[in-house]
Ligand binder design. Structure first.
Ligand code: NAI
Length: 365
């Protein structure tokens, strides 16, 4: 029996809630979100094709003593499960899909996960208010699946999808979390440890060379020799492989990813409650609208510097009513020569190929 949703409730749908990320993220949402919900009621609608899994997660979390409510939804329990999960959702989180095994790249997941994300996108177009909902794509390859999602929404809701590209976000925040952690580890002074974590912007995409960590813009500046810098950059770009290898066939990052996603979700909740008028962060977003025009101020100037890559992770400003309202194209004017001349040229052609693959599939879903 679905929980009755009050009109001032913030409903968050988690698609893929029984998985490694879905479970850990749902736990964080259930235990932590009350502090960010500005006295508004939060409801978590958990969906997964694994019926026992999602029923179990919802039952287990329902004993956690916070006022956040939950419902479980699975096609085995109801033909309308996805509709019931999505209806009135203000935020849709998508960690549904398969994770990497050793030896796989994120691109290897594309064929399977594109179908899943395309199917979920079709349901979002049908059951959500596209002028109001925010969609956060966690499933990999993010570089291609965000274009799949945007194109699917355009194709499935031709009349209602104007501007929807400004409400779909690829979650690359784990790259910033890793860059911060690795820089802190690298610079930590054992006799006088620093408890302040550095902020390191990471732009571009979310796979290997498409990840462009900007250590030159880190909040805590320290001299780093070029060789050490290159190994830090490589560790951020391929840090996910450390987890895939350690889990030896049991999946990829789940706990650190849930932490990263929670940092993002809590900001969106602040925006949805009205506690914040705008939020900013680095997200992988579309720079063009459906008509092929720059999606927001700053997009044309950014496109001119990134060889026309139509999706890019960059600092953006987001409002509740309009989604992405600005992108900080100026960041590329501040980066180091190494970042501009070595890292960006490696990122851009690979990113373009991934975007094209996603757009092609998205238009045919
Ligand atoms: P998992 O296999 O543990 O969980 C995935 C869940 O999705 C499973 O419970 C499965 O039943 C469910 N699922 C499959 N098809 C579905 C459908 N059609 N509808 C609803 N649910 C469906 O995988 P894990 O570790 O949670 O990873 C999920 C995704 O997140 C993977 O694609 C992984 O590569 C990606 N990921 C993304 C990161 C990022 O930084 N954006 C970091 C780490 C992983």
């Amino acid at each position: 029996m679905p929980h009755p949703i009050e009109t001032d409730t913030i409903k968050i749908a988690v698609l893929g809630a029984a998985g490694g990320i879905g479970q850990s993220l749902s736990l964080l949402l259930k235990t932590q979100l009350t502090s960010f919900s500005n006295n508004r009621h939060v409801h978590l609608a958990l969906y997964d094709v694994n019926a026992d899994g999602v029923r179990g997660v919802a039952a287990d979390l329902s004993h956690v003593d916070t006022p956040i409510t939950l419902t479980s939804h699975s096609p085995a329990d109801s033909a309308d499960a996805l509709r019931d999960c999505l209806i009135n959702a203000a935020l849709v989180l998508i960690p549904a899909g398969v994770p990497r095994k050793p030896g796989m790249t994120r691109e290897d997941l594309f064929a399977i996960n594109a179908k899943i994300v395309g199917q979920l996108g079709g349901a979002i177009a049908q059951h959500c208010d596209l002028s109001r909902v925010f969609v956060l794509v966690i499933s990999n390859p993010v570089n291609s699946l965000v274009p799949v999602m945007v194109e699917t929404l355009y194709a499935s809701a031709p009349a209602a999808s104007a501007g929807v590209e400004r409400r779909v976000f690829g979650i690359t925040h784990l790259d910033l979390v890793r860059a911060s952690t690795f820089l802190h580890e690298h610079t930590v002074n054992r006799t006088e440890p620093s408890y302040k974590m550095p902020y390191v912007p990471v732009i571009g995409g979310h796979s290997g060379d498409t990840i462009v960590p900007l250590f030159s813009l880190a909040s805590e500046q320290q001299y780093i020799a070029q060789q050490q810098l290159e190994s830090l950059v490589h560790r951020v770009q391929y840090g996910g492989d450390e987890i895939v290898k350690a889990k030896n066939g049991q999946g990829s990052a789940t706990l650190s990813m849930a932490h990263a996603a929670f940092q993002v979700v809590k900001n969106f909740v602040l925006l949805l409650t009205g506690a914040a008028d705008t939020i900013s962060g680095i997200f992988y977003v579309s720079l063009l609208d459906r008509a092929g025009q720059p999606a927001c101020p700053g997009a044309a100037k950014l496109l001119a510097q990134i060889d026309g890559c139509t999706y890019f992770a960059a600092p953006v400003t987001v409002t509740r009513s309009q989604g992405v309202v600005d992108v900080d194209y100026g960041i590329l004017g501040k980066i180091s020569t190494y970042e501009r001349e070595k890292l960006l040229p490696l990122c851009l052609p690979k990113l373009k190929t991934s975007i094209e693959a996603g757009r092609t599939v998205g238009t045919t879903v």
